[in-house]
Ligand binder design. Structure first.
Ligand SMILES: Cc1cc2nc3c(=O)[nH]c(=O)nc-3n(C[C@H](O)[C@H](O)[C@H](O)COP(=O)(O)OP(=O)(O)OC[C@H]3O[C@@H](n4cnc5c(N)ncnc54)[C@H](O)[C@@H]3O)c2cc1C
Length: 490
């Protein structure tokens, strides 16, 4: 087996791995990134993202440090409010049902802003998410839901900018290189990694190894084993290469499993989307505008509170609710009063949709039980309460007397043409993973750091349980990636 020597080896070339590699290279170390995918499929799940990044800010001055090229016109046309580190921390606690690791959460919220500033220095450009995270109220765009910032060019832009930075920093990347085994010495220190590249095994020896190989969302066997019944049937939203290798390799040498192993991030995803992500479509198979309408199953019955909270705080858990429905199918129904507010992803030609003048026709075209849907919409419309409708705030304009309720943004569905979109469950990433400390060192089953081993990104457990605040994944990957790279280089 051919032997190679580096100071730091990073397993996985997504956002977390590339941030780790860039940070490690800052101190002049020889850094190698091992990427399982071929070059034309590089970037992992990070490539498929919309590039939304959750970051705390106390006002426009903070945002201008990340987006110095914000124009005066843009400044005058926005209302961004504030989203403090405490707000971010509280969101992580609240959505995890107070189970997330307090130390990791604290590190994430406090390092998020400096880390994004550092990413900017590395060449990543940010922009405000006008189209997806703001509604126009009067003459101004009012941002909502704590996540207002994204990367220019979305996930594609993020990955290209990070790879450009890596090239400038002299970081080597091996594509089509699958890490499959960690080497340790007699003291349990990680000394390298075995890699299969073009059918041949190599031993890459290194002072430190950083695992950034994603979760197990693209592994149907592990999904069934840990997430449970029918999760093997979920559509995968992103890369086919995240099959849990990083987690498995670490567990094999005594790393501690941590976090919510039966939990995952899963969303409403076009019913006819392919089994894995499509690089040309990116994230556009998602359907995230359900707070503007209602969701029913094939019997025409509602099964979630579409207006329980801003979509950033409900979308990641509603995929699992769709998976439980007969045939793993659901339908989002809207009328013309909200049609202009639907997100960009509703306008792609690949969407599985119907547009009709009557509810009966809509049900027929989408193969929903006709009487079931008509009855549900009648009951829903009668249950809508008076109040001022405002999609940019939790407006409290809900329903009364139906189960489940719709707690905000309830408007009668009565203005044709009616729109319906067929969706299924698309899994994004898994919540269970490895235990790290705030230095990104992987801990063993006794709680001690495994010398020479670091981890970051999706394969870290302990941050998300049950649910997830939208835009946190990329920020967490960058924060712990940067920490891992700095620590590994020492
Ligand atoms: C459609 C979609 C939209 C999303 N939108 C957002 C968003 O807007 N904002 C947000 O914060 N999050 C979003 N997410 C979640 C986000 O993608 C993740 O939180 C983040 O990208 C994870 O980064 P990562 O580096 O840990 O993993 P990845 O980016 O998936 O990188 C892991 C890499 O490891 C490689 N790999 C796997 N196994 C091996 C091995 N054995 N050897 C070598 N390499 C290996 C993979 O090929 C992959 O390139 C979205 C996800 C999807 C799928």
């Amino acid at each position: 087996m051919a032997e190679h020597h580096y100071d730091v080896v990073v397993v996985g070339g997504g956002n977390a791995g590339l941030c780790a590699a860039l940070a490690a290279a800052e101190s002049g170390k020889r850094v190698l990134v091992l990427e399982r995918a071929p070059t034309h499929f590089r970037g992992g799940n990070s490539y498929f993202t919309g590039g939304l990044m959750r970051v705390p800010y106390t006002g426009l001055n903070d945002i201008k440090q990340l987006i110095p090229d914000l124009t005066a016109h843009e400044e005058a046309s926005i209302e961004i409010g504030t989203y403090t580190a405490d707000d971010f921390y509280e969101d992580l606690l609240r959505l995890s049902e107070y189970q997330c690791d307090a130390d990791l959460a604290d590190c994430l919220v406090n390092q998020a802003f400096p880390t994004l500033k550092w990413m900017r220095e590395k060449g990543v450009r940010f922009t405000l998410q006008f189209g997806r995270q703001a509604f126009k109220v009067g003459e101004r765009y009012r941002f909502w839901g704590g996540a207002i910032l994204g990367v220019v060019g979305g996930g594609v832009g993020l990955v290209d900018q990070l790879f450009d930075g890596a090239q400038k920093a002299g970081i080597e990347v091996w594509y089509g290189a699958r890490a499959d085994h960690l080497h340790t010495d007699n003291d349990g220190k990680v000394t390298g990694v075995r890699v299969k590249k073009e059918g041949t095994y190599h031993l890459v020896k290194a002072g430190s190894v950083i695992l950034a190989a994603g979760g197990f969302e693209a592994n149907p066997e592990m999904r069934a084993r840990y997430l449970g019944k029918d999760w093997d049937l979920a559509r995968v939203r992103g890369t086919p290469y995240n099959t849990g290798d990083g987690i498995r390799m670490a567990l094999e040498i005594g790393a501690q499993p941590y976090g919510h192993w039966t939990g995952c991030h899963a969303v409403a995803w076009d019913f006819n989307a392919p089994p894995y992500g499509d690089r040309k479509i990116g994230d556009l198979f998602q359907k995230h505008s359900y707070p503007l309408g209602i969701i029913v199953n094939k019997y025409g019955k509602r099964f979630v509170d579409e207006g329980a909270d801003f979509r950033n705080y409900t979308y990641a858990k509603y995929g699992a609710e769709i998976l439980k429905q007969p045939g793993r199918i659901a339908f989002q129904i809207f009328d013309q009063k909200v049609a202009d507010k639907l997100r960009d992803e509703y306008r792609i030609k690949e969407a599985t949709k119907a547009e009709t003048q009557t509810i009966e026709e809509l049900a027929e075209q989408l193969e929903i039980d006709v009487q079931g849907l008509v009855k549900t919409i009648e009951e829903f419309n009668n249950a809508v309460q008076e109040g001022e409708y405002n999609p940019a705030i939790l407006d409290g304009k809900g329903t009364k007397g139906i189960t489940p309720p719709k707690s905000n943004w309830a408007l009668p569905i009565d203005t044709p043409p009616f729109l319906g979109f067929a969706v299924t469950c698309g899994i994004t990433f898994t919540y269970g993973g490895l235990r790290i400390n705030t230095q990104a060192q992987v801990l063993d089953v006794d709680g001690d750091p495994i010398p020479g081993l670091y981890a970051c990104g999706e394969l870290v457990g302990g941050l998300y349980y049950h649910n997830y605040p939208g835009g946190s994944g990329l920020t967490a990957g960058a924060v712990f990636g940067r920490i891992a790279g700095q620590a590994a280089a020492q």
